[in-house]
Design a protein around this ligand. Sequence first.
Ligand code: KG4
Ligand code: ZN
Length: 342
Amino acid sequence: MTILGIESSCDETSAAVVRDGALLSNVISSQFFHTAYGGVVPELASRAHLKAVIPVIEESLREAGLAIEDMTAVAATQGPGLIGSLLVGLNAAKGIALSCRIPFIPIHHIEAHLFSPFLHEHHPAFPYLALVVSGGHTLLVIVEDVGRYRLLGSTIDDAAGEAFDKVAKMMGLGFPGGPAIDRRAARGNPNAIAFARPLIDSGDYRFSFSGLKTSVLYYLRDRAVDGVLSMNDAEIDDVCAAFQQAAVDVLTAKALRAAEEFSLRDIALAGGVSANSGLKETLRVRATDIGRDVFIPDIVFSTDNAAMVARLAELKGLESAAPSLHAPAFARITDTLFHEHS
Ligand code: KG4
Ligand code: ZN
């Protein structure tokens, strides 16, 4: 079976080809111009997807050494994400399905993240725990099998990556803020400031990052002179390190508690924030201490990409093809796939 996957949920246009478990290509075109606006501008994102989608698909076929006629099926992200962006990839996939008379497999974006570790030979075994941390989502999920998920908890306000982006913005570190905070945190002292660790002892698996963001805001405000931030580089490094450690402590504590409560040996980390060196290191060390295995995909498979879309489509099989081409795009996460565990 050969599958073409397409992903365009936010600011990455991507197409990938998977054949019998092997990834043949994964082309990603990133929209760097959003940096100038300090965040993703939805209307500009969808226009950029329109320009990129066909060349990106063509490039992915070229890299795979295959033609569109060689595809058994085509898959695309249906949601959640930016609706205008999703529509571009989704309609490109539907057009291919129609003209090549092949099945169309709609893919849930978060579900695809859950399976990004399956792009590596060494991947977790069912049931495993997945911590999805991205710019838009923070979820702790038990992956029992393909299509069988138990949502343990998610964020009640900001997503983890969103908190990194907002805190970076407060200090003028650019967008996206996660990588900048990560770099500076490596030079700073994580114990310099005791920031809040919201819900760390809540006993459940809900997350909250807006309180942490606000405590950083108050800290910075107290150090501003006439409304202007007046801190030297070393002090900014300390704020980054202390903020990052607070976020990492919460994410790690909840993931490890879940692994123990539900007796799960394998823990997968996915989504853009899984690139964070502090998170990777802390989770690996603390998980190993309690006999858990941690699986962190390569960064190209962690941030938004079509490889995970094509791979999940393959795992789901042709039975998951849409009965008609009416499958709509959706912006928000629905609770039909991820049932909250009580
Ligand atoms: O999964 P992703 O590429 O896109 C979404 O689906 O949102 O995640 C993007 C997020 C951004 O918030 C970005 O700041 C964050 O991932 N991120 C990081 C790092 N690299 C990217 N956060 C912390 N540390 C990093 N090294
Ligand atoms: Zn994502």
